[in-house]
Ligand binder design. Structure first.
Ligand code: AR6
Length: 233
């Protein structure tokens, strides 16, 4: 469902996920060996400079909320960071343990989100991207890595679903059949997420407004997890 303006995009974004069909019908099924799994980076906490402690609390709370709902049955979430000594992974690991989260359903791991399966990590049918509002490749961070790994057609594939993204919103994009991310890693969809931006050098900066920032970051994760659940079912 293509959208051609920011206004129609917003509507399209909100309704896109449940209508998504996997391109070649090869969506992995949940099983003991391979639960449908979403790998996601810590949204907004690097280039967008969101406070790590607040972000770690939000991740653990939204993950807990997700696993308390029926839609999460048979699904698995993986927080991943390429940074070996990741402060976010340490914070989330310890908070997840305190919250009693099941470590078989919620994994916290170091690695490159675009190479998890081929480097011996969990097989993830869906990965999340910390996107920019224009949904453009390049820039830096995980966005650059995902667009590179997904191949040349990925930006065009994304634009069929949304032209731009508002903070707090997500849009799911099925990977083209020829995408190396699909053929080598078994990833069928990328869910773009636009987190709140606290960096004055980037667009839509909300400065130190953490009341709005926390609300938007919660909204991101809630939308990300339920969109993943819609894809996996
Ligand atoms: N695999 C796993 N984690 C990664 C990878 C990777 N390949 N690369 C980075 N990370 P960031 P943001 C982690 O800056 O703060 C972009 O330029 C990283 O260590 O990518 O939401 C976009 O275009 C950190 O924990 O996202 C936006 O303009 C996490 O991914 C802007 O940055 C998010 O870091 C978004 O900023």
């Amino acid at each position: 469902q293509a959208s051609s303006s920011a206004a129609s995009t917003k509507k399209g974004v909100e309704s896109a996920a449940p209508e998504l069909k996997d391109g070649d019908g090869s969506m992995p099924q949940a099983s003991e060996e391979s639960c449908a799994t979403l790998a996601f980076p810590s949204i907004s906490t690097a280039d967008f400079r969101f406070d790590h402690e607040k972000a770690a609390n939000i991740i653990v709370e939204t993950v807990s909320e997700f696993f308390s709902r029926a839609e999460s049955s048979g699904l698995r979430l993986v927080l991943v960071d390429i940074d070996q000594g990741s402060d976010m992974l340490s914070r989330v690991r310890s908070k997840a343990e305190s919250a009693g989260l099941d470590s078989r359903k919620f994994l916290v791991t170091h690695g490159d989100i675009t190479k998890l399966h081929s480097t011996g990590g969990p097989r993830c049918s869906v990965i999340a991207n910390a996107a920019n509002w224009r949904l453009k490749g390049g820039g830096g961070g995980v966005n650059l890595a995902i667009y590179r790994a997904a191949g040349d057609d990925f930006e065009e594939a994304t634009k069929k679903y949304a032209k731009t993204l508002d903070p707090g919103k997500v849009v799911a994009v099925p990977l083209p059949a020829s995408s190396p991310l699909r053929t080598k890693e078994g990833v069928t969809h990328v869910i773009h997420v636009l987190g709140p931006n606290m960096n004055p050098q980037r667009p839509n900066c909300i400065a130190d407004d953490y009341s709005q920032g926390c609300r938007l970051l919660r909204q991101c994760y809630a939308a990300l997890f339920s969109t993943f659940a819609s894809i996996a079912k």
